[in-house]
Ligand binder design. Sequence first.
Ligand code: ADP
Ligand code: MG
Length: 691
Amino acid sequence: MDAGTPLTQLKGIGPALAEKLQRLGMDCIEDVLFHLPLRYQDRTRITPIAALRPGMDAVIEGVVAAADVVQGRRRSLICRLQDGSGTLSLRFFHFSAAQLANLQRGSRWRCYGEVRSGASGLEIYHPEMQRIEASLPRPVETSLTPIYPTTEGLSQLRLRSLADAALGWLEQGHLLPDLLPAELLPEAGMPDLHQALRWLHRPPPGTDVQAIESGQHPASRRLIFEELLAHQLAMLQLRNRLRRLQAPVLKAEGELHQRFIDNLGFALTDAQQRVGEEIRQDLQRNKPMLRLVQGDVGAGKTVVAALAALQAIEAGWQVALMAPTELLAEQHFDNFRRWLAALGISTAWLAGKLKGKIRDNQLQLIASGEAAMVVGTHALFQADVQFHKLGLVIIDEQHRFGVEQRLALRDKGSAGDCSPHQLIMTATPIPRTLAMSAYADLDTSILDQLPPGRTPVNTVLIGDSRRDEVIERVRAACGDGRQAYWVCTLIEDSEQLQAQAAEATWQTLCESLPELSIGLVHGRMKATEKATIMAAFKAGELHLLVATTVIEVGVDVPNASLMIIENPERLGLAQLHQLRGRVGRGSTASHCVLLYHAPLGQQSRERLNTMRETSDGFVIAERDLALRGPGEVLGTRQTGLVQFRIADLLRDADLLPAVQQAARQLTNHQPQTGRALVRRWLAHNPQFAQV
Ligand code: ADP
Ligand code: MG
């Protein structure tokens, strides 16, 4: 038996339990040791009832004086418990007959829970209870009680006993080597791995719990350092693996490039030229490019993508461009078809909604190579899509795709150890502190200049008590021939509720503004319906578009110069910035009204004020990061970025220089150790599974 022994081989762990543990990322004994508590409770002392105060979490021990079911506003079971110093009520809103029968007068119980002041003096609702036999006194806990992250149907008791078992194994000494030699640890006083794990799972009484919970305790810092190091190593390994691959050398005279520019009708910005050149150089190498282009909304990333595509096509290769939504993919398809048709190049189109003959036809164009350019959604990496000679993969709005999807599309073009080049475009500015760790496997280019003639969007905050005024504003703007968006937001992650809310708003706006033609798009509509409405809005046939946040990414309607965002306090700043980027694309002054739900808390006001003060996506991202923390800024769930178990990039950023140094040291001198660290911390992560 060792650290890698599957949990299913342990006594008492059946398939159902194993499945729950797996949901928490636990497959083997080692995983249990790294499944760390979220917080702790102090159950090392029994508190006399007389010393209890509301708000305390406490262990008490006493004898049942009475237990009765009472009919109050809600039926409940109340048990009076005495300990010689006073009396306290335990209250249960859910209880069984057996539970009631168990609470015999005179029986002795130890209880744990939060004390509150209730109808009958001090009370504890639903305490954890343990019966104490007079003949068999039980010792109190000897260390602080850990509270583990858990999942439905898995009790803390279960997790605790599992951790106890794993710690027992650790005690016997044969589990889990400490991979970090003391000289690699950046701080004196950092414990070794075993001490750190024991400390975090079972802190001795008197431990500064706050220090642990805030990641400041030396035991926490020790593991945080190791986790950050594992991530850094994984990124380096990913990079090195990529460097060993070959890629097609995409050399071109630039004839297509020139003709494209001549037809474009505007000149490239300096930033577009610079980034275009960086990409051009990359594509001429025989190593796969992996480049992230960050550019604010409206910075003109599509043109940059087109330049890259033309270089690949001129060199005789095929290009795939993938966008996260059908709407956006279709917009790209329109652009590319128009641009490329003028150069005699055909573009194929693939999306989930394409069926039957039409789909077969597109597949045929792609497989034969007749279409040198292919645009689509994630439908592009379905199994029956065969590319002819895929040399470049372009991915728009990367944060919407998981890393797995990115790799899947790349693998479509891979043959042996040859891989296509990859260009990734995102409008989500990533704060520098995070970029270093989150995207360490990518080269980055920044499109830090907007095309000329854009006027910054004027943003105002208005409380929803002044909704009528805002509606008048919409009436006036649309009366003047301009177009407007009305964006509905909802906290729930339910497309259905979002759609209902948007529909209700659409209805009231139709009643208030009968002279306007008003469209509605939301995520529950069929793609064709959505596309029809968007096309009508783009063509100027609709004055006002009511939408959920589906319009967030990439949609381009220059004549739209007013945007109302309802309940903006529900969204992250980065998302608001994205939304706002839909206006301000033409030459007229644009406005964005943040129609918040009053009253607004201090922090929300501060956040929304950021939107008023700046239109610089990077500033907004940094501010968002400071106010909310990295998980939310990047929308971890969507990014495909790894979740940390204990580290927090922002909080622990001071460790990053030491992490990078240690990573280089290990990579150069102890690559085995480096690989073992990555396996230990990241074995479950698809991004690194193939490292
Ligand atoms: P994003 O970076 O948000 O993807 P787009 O590529 O959609 O931005 O470009 C936004 C708009 O700006 C498009 O209408 C595009 O044609 C236009 N555009 C791009 N580059 C320039 C430029 N250099 N000069 C003027 N307009 C440009
Ligand atoms: Mg775009």
